[in-house]
Design a protein around this ligand. Structure first.
Ligand code: URA
Length: 207
């Protein structure tokens, strides 16, 4: 085997090993969250919606919490807002399977109300561990709850959206939640601009 081929082989073998261990760490965390009873939300929902996507994703999206469809199917962003998110991702050149999608709280709040501060606090370490395992280079905060949790508790989404913030070496882009676009389609243009910035940064990172 030529030296260059051997080098490529070893690099690929290392990547495979790393992928396997990241996948394993995520599965272990998922098991841990499945039995979490740190807040009351688990009593009122049918299952924990851990998150899904490529464990090696450079881009992670963090929403607020599961809604009715997500609670039923055990997957994030699969209802109306999720369908719109899929379209936004596609328009920005991303396949859903190449990113990782999670939420601030992993259990559905009753009647889709906003998660309470104590529920967000209870779930915070699960989200932090998830981020540590996936090690994304970019996080998009979808909506106010996500931006308040990951950027600044006093943040107003309409003021901070579209501006990069750095936290622990990760570029964070806050933007409106897709459900907000369903209520107010005028916001679509702004979200489109935010995702174009994400697309540019992502391309810069991979080239
Ligand atoms: N809204 C969210 O914030 N997350 C989901 O998974 C679905 C809807």
């Amino acid at each position: 085997m030529k030296q260059e081929d051997l080098f490529n082989y070893l690099t690929e073998e290392n990547r495979e090993k790393e992928r396997a261990s990241v996948g394993q760490a995520l599965r272990e965390l998922e098991e841990k969250t499945a039995s979490c009873r740190r807040c009351k939300l688990r009593e009122g929902c049918s299952q924990v919606v851990f998150g899904e996507g490529d464990p090696d994703a450079l881009l992670m999206l963090v929403g607020e919490g599961p809604g009715r469809d997500e609670d039923r199917l055990g997957r994030p962003f699969v209802g109306r807002a999720g369908k719109l998110l899929d379209k936004i991702l596609e328009a920005a050149g991303f396949q859903r399977k190449e990113v990782y999608i999670a939420n601030v709280v992993k259990c559905r709040p009753p009647q889709n109300r906003n998660p309470l501060p104590e529920e967000i606090n209870a779930c915070y370490s699960h989200l932090q561990e998830q981020i540590k395992i996936i090690r994304p280079k970019i996080i998009v905060c979808l909506g106010s709850m996500s931006a308040k949790t990951l950027v600044d508790p006093r943040a107003q989404i309409s003021k901070i959206r579209g501006k990069w913030v750095e936290r622990q070496g990760i570029g964070i882009m806050p933007t409106f939640h897709p459900a907000a676009l369903l209520r107010d389609p005028q916001k679509k243009k702004l979200v489109w601009q935010d995702f174009q910035q994400v697309e540019r940064e992502y391309k810069r990172l991979i080239t």
